[in-house]
Design a protein around this ligand. Structure first.
Ligand code: ZN
Length: 680
């Protein structure tokens, strides 16, 4: 068995050795092992942590870690021959196992016995929280349902997992399957040189030297929308992007039927458990109390933001008309006109800023911020990875190893779009031995071309800080129990607190000085450029805010809908836009068909979490502003009360412990430039 690298849990995953043919045999072993552990726990009839929770957590941890590696590889190396097939084929088996675990009444009885054991009153807060969560999850897995409904519930869980996987694969395929080769560089006028070099390198890699390859991966697409003077080209790519995975493309990539099936099945699942709709089920485990509370929160914020958004739109329209000769501001003009307006008003371009952020300098700057805040050191280490671009780092404090992370920065074919953090393994202490946590940090930034280092836009730098914040939440935990250490067990709508919190440092002068060096001259970011960036920071923040609110409100209303069989989500989206939006996309726009967050990720009836957590993160960062910046004393308090405790107590309690009061919305409004009245 030791020949199967997926069964080697001695340390980090053996990425160089793992092949698709290892997946099924490894799962055979791990599923059998986990089932044997369940049988053993039930047969022993124990009523304490060591005889119930611990052995079960051991067995499921091995299964989850191995399956986590497979899922990760599917996300970052999805074009590996045979990987996607075996991943898809195994989803139902994994999902069936966890469903049967969650519905196992004999096992449920053991957990109830642990909770009822008088000795358990003396258990640690972490263990109490885990048992509480476990009992809740048994109920939410249908453990208390009659047998006939249990079987249906299991079918639903399995099918929903398949739908998620299929949805995101369709988005990936639809994104990758569009390409456009251009011969004439004149058609790409306005696009910066380094992006043209990227397009040329992509064409060359496809055996078409001398041409330029365009595509829909974000760092490839966005420069066209933002810079290309060629309006027809912008329109062509905008349209291709807006129609991804819809009825306008190949039937096998169309997500329309998958959305309908998800809405219907998710509602059925919720109703089996006694909830009125899926939104109620989703919020049951979150910090927010009810769909109505969330809808009220979003509408309140929309009412405050919309006047700013209307003002942003009016300014952009006027500028496009008078300065760019665009009589109507179309969807494919917005990024382009916005960039031109930004340059006109603040006299700098994002491309200019980008020259100051070469990769090595940005990473060094990030590591220096967390050193100042928390006294931790980040160092590169050798490790097997899944791609030559990937690096591995360790985090130490006073010589002690706290954890490690993989960094996979660049966009490439076969890699799921976006940026994310995921866990490789969580922290736990077992028989006196500490298992240090390990995380994946994945981005889709522009890769280096030729001899030049990769340079990042300020947005990309911010994204890196964001994902690193998730990473620190996972890696700086001090909880000894797997179920609530790091990000495990943290409420979804509070998970973005530590990540969005980190973004704030990307706007601090001292921090930017330390992490910038012009790619040619080596000069740090000049003060004059920084002042312009700061002045531009809240450029169109009203428009950006209402866009987030549009997605959030659409998500919450969709999953609260009483009629999932018949609801027309495009009509609902239009109604939401009537209420909060200022930009109206063309009728062919099928944004929902690639809205993976809510149809494939964990954000179903949870997209509001970004804004919700932004209230928390802005208010938490205000504590640093009050102390004059990256203050180590405040840093350590943040570590102690927020990062270290993970899911071992409710997020609201952690926030109160750090801030000494309930969250307030004022800091978010101030950071977004929305604390003064909008001026028309
Ligand atoms: Zn995040």
């Amino acid at each position: 068995m030791t020949t199967n690298p997926l069964l080697d849990f001695s340390d980090l995953p053996r990425f160089a050795a793992i092949k698709p043919e290892h997946v099924t045999p490894a799962l055979d072993v791990l599923l059998a092992e986990a089932r044997a552990a369940v049988a053993q726990v039930i047969a022993a009839g124990g009523d304490d942590w060591d005889s119930v929770s611990e052995p079960l957590s051991d067995a499921t941890e091995r299964l989850s870690r191995a399956w986590g590696v497979v899922g990760h590889l599917n996300s970052v190396m999805g074009n590996t021959e045979g990987l996607r097939e075996v991943y898809n084929a195994e989803i139902p088996r994994i999902s069936a196992f966890f469903t049967e675990l969650g519905q196992n009444l004999d096992l449920y009885a053991r957990f109830k016995a642990v909770a009822a054991n008088p000795a358990f009153a003396n258990a640690s807060a972490a263990r109490k929280k885990i048992i509480d969560n476990d009992l809740r999850d048994f109920r939410l897995s249908g453990a208390e349902l009659p047998d006939a409904q249990k079987a249906r519930f299991a079918e639903l869980s399995s099918r929903l997992a398949e739908l998620s996987s299929q949805f995101s694969q369709n988005v990936m395929d639809a994104t990758d399957s569009f390409s456009l080769y251009l011969d004439d560089v004149a058609e790409l006028a306005g696009i910066p040189e380094d992006t043209l070099a990227l397009y040329a390198a992509m064409a060359e890699a496809d055996g078409q030297p001398g041409k330029y390859k365009l595509g829909l991966q974000f760092p490839v697409l966005f420069p066209v929308l933002q810079y290309a003077d060629n309006r027809a080209l912008r329109q062509q790519l905008y349209e291709a992007n807006a129609k991804r995975a819809s009825e306008f493309g190949p039937a096998e990539q169309d997500n329309t039927a998958l959305i309908r099936e998800r809405l219907v099945l998710a509602a059925e699942e919720a109703q089996l458990l006694g909830f009125a709709n899926y939104a109620e089920l989703s919020l049951y485990t979150k910090m927010a109390e009810s769909p109505q509370q969330v809808i009220d929160f979003l509408r309140d914020l929309a009412a405050r933001a919309k006047p700013y958004a209307q003002q942003d739109r009016a300014e952009l329209e006027a500028f496009a008309r008078t300065e760019l000769g665009l009589e109507t501001l179309e969807a494919w003009d917005i990024s382009y006109a916005a960039e031109k307006l930004r340059v006109a008003r603040y006299a700098f371009s994002e491309h200019e800023v980008k020259q100051y952020f070469p990769e090595h300098k940005v990473l060094a700057g990030l590591f220096s911020v967390v050193h100042k805040l928390y006294g931790i050191s980040v160092t590169a280490r050798d490790a097997e990875t899944w791609h030559p671009d990937v690096r591995y780092y360790q985090i130490h404090k006073d010589g002690a190893l706290l954890g490690g992370f993989y960094l996979d920065l660049y966009a490439r074919d076969g890699k799921r779009p976006g940026a994310w953090m995921d866990d490789v393994r969580g922290r736990r202490v077992k028989a006196g031995q500490v298992q240090t946590p390990v995380a994946y940090l994945v981005c889709n930034f522009t890769r280096p071309v030729g001899d030049k280092p990769a340079t990042f836009s300020h947005d990309e730098v911010t994204t890196l800080f964001h994902e690193f914040g998730h990473g620190l939440h996972h890696l700086l935990t001090r909880v000894d129990e797997l179920g609530v250490s790091g990000i495990s067990g943290v409420e979804w709508d509070a998970v973005e607190l530590p990540s969005q919190f980190m973004e704030n440092f990307c706007w601090e002068w001292d921090v930017l000085q330390g992490m910038s060096a012009h790619v040619d001259s080596g000069e740090p970011l000049p003060r004059a450029l920084y002042d312009k960036m700061l002045a531009a920071k809240n450029f169109q923040s009203g428009m950006q805010t209402v866009r987030q609110l549009e997605f959030s409100l659409f998500d919450m209303l969709l999953y609260s809908a009483a009629n999932p069989h018949s609801i027309d989500w495009l009509v609902l989206l239009e109604q939401v836009r009537d209420e909060v939006a200022v930009n109206r996309p063309p009728a062919y726009n099928r944004f929902p068909n690639s809205f993976s967050h809510i149809f494939a990720g964990g954000y179903a009836a949870g997209y509001y979490s970004y804004k919700w957590a932004e209230v928390l993160s802005a208010d938490a960062y205000a504590a640093f502003e009050e102390a004059g910046g990256a203050n180590p004393a405040v840093g350590h308090k943040f570590w102690d009360e927020i990062l270290a405790v993970g899911g071992s107590r409710p997020a609201l309690a952690s926030f109160r412990a750090f801030r000494g009061r309930d969250p307030q919305i004022d800091a978010l409004l101030r950071h977004s430039g929305m604390s003064e009245p909008a001026t028309a």
